[in-house]
Design a protein around this ligand. Structure first.
Ligand SMILES: NC(=O)c1ccc[n+]([C@@H]2O[C@H](COP(=O)([O-])OP(=O)(O)OC[C@H]3O[C@@H](n4cnc5c(N)ncnc54)[C@H](OP(=O)(O)O)[C@@H]3O)[C@@H](O)[C@H]2O)c1
Length: 304
């Protein structure tokens, strides 16, 4: 798939000379994957004094990005030339990609999305002099099943499950970028909730139903507003390395579902221990490191 814009940062035609000069002074930020999180970041960065480039894999989505980015681009991380053209002249790259599906996808599609994009990004960054920062969104699920133990950024990772292994490999590829002048920050996110992904609706739909597993696995969550705030925090601070981005709550799936159902006076969810749980994570993911950097959560212990 070709990038729609033959040249990135091809400032809008009809823009006056002085406006073009102003745009050239703006910091250039680019988001690979304007989905739920990517679009929220784009909207936020668009209000700041940044020149925002944002990508989608689908031409029909470009119109959605026109009001929240200065430069919407169709590109695919699997395509080296797309990635090369996308990052040209950029300063900060946010990678916020996930396989396009509302269902569980195959491990092959998972690998094509995460590993191919990570490899292409690192390959083109090795020949790029403008990019100074990469912020890569990963998942707290990389810790896998730790029997409910605490997991911090130094804990071992789940390389036994086929999906976990792919996420870990993609992280390692990005972290392996061998450029001293480029900061690489990996944020391991909890399950994302927020507007249009409201917990009361998602869990409410499961009220009275039976879910697989015993409900004893620990889950981790993060609100969209905290993701936006934390990305801007690591962006401004120039954080390097891996950070967990989950809220303070350390609840098992059962405790979590009970809380949301009770709050709405709905029948609780039941559990079937004879079936494997949906979630591969069973760890109390620790967020001390990002707090230690000075990040203050908006929703530390409140599930809104
Ligand atoms: N959802 C969760 O609860 C959760 C939990 C932990 C971590 N995360 C991580 O958080 C990040 C954001 O998740 P999200 O919920 O915002 O995802 P999302 O809404 O599904 O958006 C994913 C974006 O990635 C793009 N994309 C997919 N395949 C691509 C490829 N091969 N090349 C380039 N772009 C590609 C999609 O393109 P289109 O615009 O064409 O759809 C879309 O813009 C992801 O990195 C995800 O792994 C999510």
């Amino acid at each position: 798939m070709q990038a729609t814009n033959s040249q990135n940062l091809n400032y809008n035609s009809g823009t006056s000379f002085s406006a073009i000069e102003e745009q050239k002074k703006q910091k250039k930020v680019a988001i690979i994957g304007c989905g739920y999180v990517g679009k929220a970041l784009a909207s936020y960065w668009y209000t700041k004094d940044y020149f925002v480039t944002g990508s989608t894999t689908r031409k029909e989505k470009i119109s959605e990005l026109e009001n929240i980015t200065h430069n919407p681009v169709v590109m695919n991380g699997n395509n080296l030339e797309d990635v090369e053209s996308f990052i040209k002249d950029q300063e900060t790259i946010l990678v916020s990609i996930a396989p396009i599906s509302d269902r569980q996808v195959s491990a092959e599609v998972y690998a094509e999305t995460y590993i191919s994009t990570a490899k292409n990004l690192v390959a083109v960054l090795n020949n790029n002099s403008t990019v100074k920062q990469v912020i890569y969104l990963s998942s707290g699920s990389v810790y896998g099943d730790k029997n409910g133990q605490l997991a911090d950024e130094t804990s071992s990772l789940d390389v036994d499950s086929k999906y976990g292994k792919i996420l870990v490999e993609a992280e390692n590829i990005v972290l392996g970028l061998n450029r001293e002048d480029v900061q690489v920050c990996v944020l391991r996110l909890g399950g994302i909730y927020g507007p249009k992904r409201e917990l009361h609706k998602r869990i409410g739909r499961m009220s009275g139903k039976t879910l697989p597993g015993n409900g004893e696995s620990y889950v981790a969550w993060i609100h969209l507003d905290d993701i936006v705030k934390a990305i801007e925090f690591v962006h401004q601070k120039g954080c390097d390395g891996v950070y967990n981005l989950v809220n303070d709550l350390k609840l098992t799936s059962k405790e979590f579902c009970d809380l949301i159902c009770d709050r709405q006076q709905l029948e609780r969810v039941s559990w079937d221990p004879s079936k494997p749980s949906f979630s591969s994570l069973n760890a109390r993911v620790d967020n001390s490191k990002i707090k230690g950097e000075g990040y203050q959560f908006i929703y530390a212990d409140i599930l809104v």
